[in-house]
Design a protein around this ligand. Structure first.
Ligand SMILES: NC(=O)c1ccc[n+]([C@@H]2O[C@H](COP(=O)([O-])OP(=O)(O)OC[C@H]3O[C@@H](n4cnc5c(N)ncnc54)[C@H](O)[C@@H]3O)[C@@H](O)[C@H]2O)c1
Length: 398
């Protein structure tokens, strides 16, 4: 009996020890699970960040061609963060060249070229061309081509070629805002760039109307650029296309001065960029017109833009066209009746002509403006389109 009692006590003791042991194990396991869970919770956001970083490193850049050392050019684009300059940057980068953009962001924006930042073929320099640029000192092999797009070079050209009678060409309000700075950019800036081109033996293309830069031992190409439109254009540039698009997108009346029978011609920016590259690679040292000779009346522009925005309006809450009407305002006496570039030279000597249909270009531009309005709406700021440009107190279409 005693033995049985002893055996039972022993079994009970072993069972309790085992119970305590398994209990402790489960507490320990539970504790371990909790710790693991907490570690997991802490690490999860880090894992996500790493994934994001990996993604951002792996793609990002638009595809670029590979060019052999022999064919790859080092290209400098002053004003390359502006409207035209940034599209040229895109084209030359995608063609496989090395592009250095020099810009002081006076009217341009980093956002226009941010998709290239960090790419091995791309460099962005925040620099004012009014100051000399000794890029060759730290960046051999030397620049082989330079494109100059630091706004308003027409101003200089008009001043020099027609001496005293210069007036502001249809330039952006930004340039008018600081005409002295613009003049300095055009004179000192251009001389600085000519100096650089001469030092490094580069060919220079100027967005200008002037012939005065040749004969200094520098190979110069001169593009006379006519009205251009497309993404990244300035929203408030006061030209008829941007005005109408902004008005239509914001459901405001499209303001037409006079009957609307006066004509304008606009080229899409990709056409211009193709022309610029062809000109740069040509041996034409005299100015070449680059523009679209296809004329449309102001009223046609208004109607077309109104209907294109209307078609696109379903896709965005920022596109509310239904309220937009065409509003006729008194005629401006000095509004040019026709504006049409003569591109025969570019056509004959470069085989160039604009190919992007107006509607296609307008649709792309409408999409761009609508996205911009969305960004701005998020900050509670929506720009009003600029009124037609005032000249001698009278409005006119640009
Ligand atoms: N866009 C058009 O329809 C049009 C028509 C005719 C002529 N052009 C000419 O083409 C050129 C480019 O026009 P855009 O529409 O691209 O203008 P833009 O204002 O978008 O580009 C000019 C660029 O030059 C930069 N810049 C200005 N001053 C500078 C300085 N001192 N140093 C460094 N950078 C400077 C600006 O920040 C900007 O990025 C201009 O010379 C303009 O006169 C344009």
């Amino acid at each position: 009996m005693m033995k049985l009692l002893f055996a039972l006590a022993l079994i009970a003791y072993i069972a309790s020890v085992w119970g305590t042991y398994t209990n402790m194990r489960s507490i320990q396991e539970h504790g371990e699970m909790k710790i693991e869970q907490r570690i997991d919770e802490a690490v999860a956001p880090l894992r996500e960040k790493i994934r994001d970083l990996e993604q951002s490193f792996s793609q990002k850049y638009p595809p670029v061609k590979f060019l052999s050392e022999k064919d790859r050019k080092r290209i400098l684009i002053t004003g390359g963060a502006g409207f035209v300059g940034s599209h040229l940057t895109d084209k030359l980068m995608m063609d496989g060249h090395e592009v250095t953009v020099v810009d002081n962001f006076f009217t341009g924006r980093k956002r226009n070229v941010e998709h290239w930042i960090g790419h091995e073929n791309f460099e962005l320099i925040n620099h004012d061309v009014v100051e000399p640029l000794y890029i060759e000192a730290f960046s051999p092999p030397l620049v082989t081509s330079q494109y100059g797009f630091c706004g308003g070079s027409q101003l200089l050209a008009n001043r020099w070629t027609r001496s005293i009678t210069w007036r502001l060409p249809p330039l952006l309000p930004n340039y008018m805002y600081n005409p002295i700075k613009t003049l300095k950019t055009n004179t000192i800036g251009t001389l600085n760039m000519l100096g650089l081109a001469k030092r490094v033996g580069a060919r220079l293309l100027l967005a200008s109307t002037s012939e005065v830069y040749g004969g200094e031992g520098v190979e110069v190409r001169v593009a006379r650029i006519f009205n251009t439109f497309g993404s990244r254009m300035h929203m408030n540039d006061g030209r008829v296309v941007s005005n109408f698009i902004l008005q239509a997108l914001q459901g405001e009346p499209l303001t037409v001065y006079g009957s609307g029978s006066q004509t304008r011609a606009f080229q899409y920016v990709s056409d211009l960029v193709n022309g610029l590259v062809l000109l740069m690679n040509s041996n034409i040292s005299s100015p070449v017109n680059l523009g679209n000779p296809e004329e449309h009346t102001i009223l046609e522009f208004a109607r077309l833009i109104k209907s294109l925005v209307s078609k696109a309006s379903d896709r965005s809450k920022y596109m509310s066209l239904s309220r937009s009407q065409i509003q006729f305002l008194p005629e401006a006496q000095d509004d040019p009746q026709r504006r049409r570039p003569d591109i025969r030279k570019a056509n004959m000597m470069l085989g160039w002509e604009p190919v992007v249909p107006l509607e296609e270009g307008l649709n792309k531009t409408i999409q761009y403006f609508s996205r911009e309005l969305e960004h701005q709406a998020n900050n509670q700021y929506i720009p009003k389109p600029k009124a037609a440009r005032m000249k001698k107190g009278r409005p006119r279409h640009n």
